[in-house]
Design a protein around this ligand. Structure first.
Ligand code: FPP
Length: 227
């Protein structure tokens, strides 16, 4: 058996609980979560197999959180991008996003574009942040664009139109924080993904646990619908 961990996708859950357990404000959990994003990204960039790391950073449903928390997450993302650009350059990580960022502030959109532009030639790892992302919407939009053009809606055509499809199928889908659901994340691309659910809260996650998941993935028998 030779499973290749080409594309790893992670639902980063548990920041709020991590902070609350320590008597801290929820946003402190997000701050620590951003540190883990950096560590896991650097580790993945040095892994010989991993080519794509997609992280669910903000879902279309996350707007429902208190304004103060949403504002904090936006600021945190902006600061993270500003601070970590040298890390991405040093580790040859290309930065990409999926989702509709047009609802973000112009300053944040500019920072995102700048990061994409500055890293677009790198090939060691592509890190994709899912920002204001929802999978059902994305699939529906792809189908609607085909319909408008009078095109037949086939699996192949849909796949071409789904924005996040360009990063290829997901091999390993991880959710931290103990819940066992997909929460509208990469539904199309995860059709044959191997799923891993861990109790570890995202701020406590790290390269070691990622490695043990990759090791467990290697032992799984992937059949892709065959026998
Ligand atoms: C889930 O924890 C996490 C989020 C909604 C946001 C993810 C954000 C980060 C990991 C930090 C910032 C990211 C970047 C890229 C700088 P939760 O708040 O739902 O935790 P809970 O389930 O314990 O409440």
């Amino acid at each position: 058996m030779n499973n290749t961990a080409r594309h790893i996708a992670i639902i980063m859950d548990g920041n709020g609980r991590w902070a609350t357990e320590r008597g801290l404000k929820r946003v402190k959990g997000h701050e620590q979560g951003a540190e883990v994003v950096r560590r896991v990204t650097v580790h993945a960039s040095n892994h010989p197999e991993v080519e794509v790391l997609t992280l669910y950073a903000f879902s279309t449903e996350n707007w429902r959180r208190p304004k103060m928390e949403v504002d904090f997450l936006m600021r945190l993302l902006n600061n993270y991008l500003k601070k970590e650009l040298p890390t991405y350059i040093k580790n040859e990580v290309r930065f990409e996003t999926i989702g509709d960022i047009s609802r973000f502030s112009p300053a944040l959109q500019e920072q995102i574009d700048k990061m994409k532009e500055a890293t677009k030639h790198f090939k060691k790892l592509t890190q994709v942040l899912a920002l204001n992302y929802g999978s059902q919407d994305e699939i529906a939009r792809a189908a609607e664009s085909l319909r408008k053009e009078g095109e037949e809606i086939t699996k192949e055509r849909l796949e071409e139109r789904i924005e996040s499809s360009k990063f290829g199928p997901v091999d390993i889908l991880i959710r931290t924080g103990g819940e066992q659901r997909l929460s509208n994340f990469l539904l199309w691309q995860s059709a044959y993904a191997e799923l891993f659910f861990t109790q570890t809260l995202w701020p406590d996650f790290g390269p070691e646990e990622l490695e043990s998941i990759i090791e467990a993935f290697k032992k799984r028998h992937r059949r892709f619908g065959g026998i």
